[in-house]
Design a protein around this ligand. Sequence first.
Ligand SMILES: Cc1cc2nc3c(=O)[nH]c(=O)nc-3n(C[C@H](O)[C@H](O)[C@H](O)COP(=O)(O)OP(=O)(O)OC[C@H]3O[C@@H](n4cnc5c(N)ncnc54)[C@H](O)[C@@H]3O)c2cc1C
Ligand code: SF4
Length: 339
Amino acid sequence: MNNFSYTKVANVEQAISQLNGDIRNKIVAGGTNINDLLKYFITKADKIVDINSITENNAIIRLDNGGVRLGALHTNADTAYDPVIEERYPLLSKAILAGASAQIRNMATNGGNLMQRTRCYYFYDINTPCNKRDPGSGCSAISGHNRIHAILGQNDNCIAVFPSDMCVALAALNATVNISGPEGERVLAFAEFHRLPGDTPNQDNNLKHGEIITSIDLPAKGFEKNYSYLKLRDRSSYSFALVSVATGFDLENNRIKEARIALGGVAHKPWRIPEAEDFLKDKEPSRENFSEAANIILKGSKGYEHNSFKIMLAKKAIIRNCFMALHPESQRPGAKPSL
Ligand SMILES: Cc1cc2nc3c(=O)[nH]c(=O)nc-3n(C[C@H](O)[C@H](O)[C@H](O)COP(=O)(O)OP(=O)(O)OC[C@H]3O[C@@H](n4cnc5c(N)ncnc54)[C@H](O)[C@@H]3O)c2cc1C
Ligand code: SF4
């Protein structure tokens, strides 16, 4: 392990001051990802800034606009089991509980979940080239083992996927991210938070050095009547998504008034194509329409030696999850999906 100093801060102002806009000063929250990154020499730090004592970001608050604010330091477990989230945003609750394990969710924070790094095997193996870890060194996954990698939005610089479950639901719900930094406060739409690899695959998101996520806002609309989160993976627990889908519908007289569909496990960021959601507007919830929406979402998809199966898997997952969203009661433990 590299030597680093460790400091605890009591508020956001102190955190920003300690980070000092320097890339080598890193935040630790739950520590479930950054501790591994430090131990494996993937991330190097001069200073670790422990933000766990900041009390101002550790709650779930109802907002005047009908929405809800999730504190960045609230844990994933406390968020998923919060009565307001369970009742009004069950899609989010379900997505969080599909991730990791109970122990990890007890430690993992909401801010840390947005900032977690890819699970590409080569990113974690410092003996292999990886443009995300070591810009300009190349991408080992393109001609290597690429079963878990991207089929959408990738390029030859990086084909990694962003592994979060929670963020797929946040993308579908049109969440916004509240950020504080040396230049003050700003708000980013969820779709603008994470990045595609482009020419800078080392940058996962648009948070600047020295900034801190303080909270995440959910708009009033939670799709609590018709929602579903489907996660397809190699093991049924403790495993990252090969493909996941978050779906929310607003239905009236057997017509779709509004649709939201976001995918996880397929791209460098949660994948949402508004054109597909517009296509479903005012349409009947039918297999034919869901299939066409899936085609629009997956347009331009491209697989590699070991992950081409994901394209068909994603199509089937989208269609299946659209049906599941029509019958959210089918998602209770033990219930069979209604297809
Ligand atoms: C074995 C294992 C299995 C997992 N499975 C899943 C899964 O199936 N699905 C899933 O979604 N996730 C999964 N995870 C990932 C887990 O959800 C994340 O590690 C966790 O959410 C990160 O939160 P944390 O508070 O522990 O972050 P930390 O490890 O403390 O920090 C992670 C990163 O976020 C930064 N950071 C933390 N808080 C802030 C903030 N407020 N502002 C700015 N930067 C911040 C840190 O500097 C660091 O770069 C798994 C993790 C493990 C170890
Ligand atoms: S896919 Fe991205 S993270 Fe994985 S080896 Fe290639 S550059 Fe690195």
